[in-house]
Design a protein around this ligand. Structure first.
Ligand code: ZN
Length: 173
């Protein structure tokens, strides 16, 4: 089921989402929620979606960056952004750690800030410790655009939007 994506101004986007127990993750209702998030992300379309964006304050995000999306931007831009396909996966109860000192600045958008973008500095490399949809522990090491997506989605679970991290004066419609 495709859900409406909540827009900035909606207080649910500013709440800290709650972590789930392994039992809750395996509950059919949570599995249905994950399926609905996946469908909503594809319909948007977007490369990530956090549960608060459909009004559910739980620490769940879905991510997928498809080759067909990347093919729509010039190859030199995808190379500069270190943007490569990322298969579908689910990130639950994430703890994000920045790895190294390198950061990069690129324009970024959000399905909850429709029609806008801004330049956002982000760490080049991150590590995320989380659970997957089977409640199994997963360690993700990511760089480039994938690292940016992870930082963006984990921010959503903390009630933070890119608007809080953007370079002043770079917001564009
Ligand atoms: Zn977003």
């Amino acid at each position: 089921m495709v859900h409406e994506i909540r827009q900035v101004g909606d207080p649910v986007l500013r709440e800290k989402a709650r972590a789930l127990s392994p039992e809750e993750i395996l509950d059919p209702a949570t599995q249905e929620l994950i399926a609905a998030m996946r469908e909503t992300m594809y319909a948007a379309p977007g490369v990530g979606l956090a549960a608060p964006q459909i009004g559910v304050p739980l620490q769940i995000a879905v991510i997928e960056d498809k080759a067909e999306y990347i093919a729509r931007i010039p190859p030199e831009e995808s190379a500069l952004r270190l943007r490569t396909p990322v298969p579908f996966h689910v990130v639950i109860n994430p703890v994000l750690t920045i790895e190294g000192d390198a950061s990069v600045e690129f324009a970024e958008g959000c399905l909850s800030v429709r029609g806008m973008s801004a330049v956002v500095p982000r760490a080049l490399r991150v590590r995320v410790d989380c659970l997957n949809e089977s409640a199994e522990p997963v360690v993700i090491h990511a760089e480039g655009w994938y690292a940016r997506i992870l930082q963006h989605e984990v921010d959503h679970l903390l009630g933070t939007l890119y608007l809080d991290r953007m370079k002043p004066g770079t917001l564009k419609g």
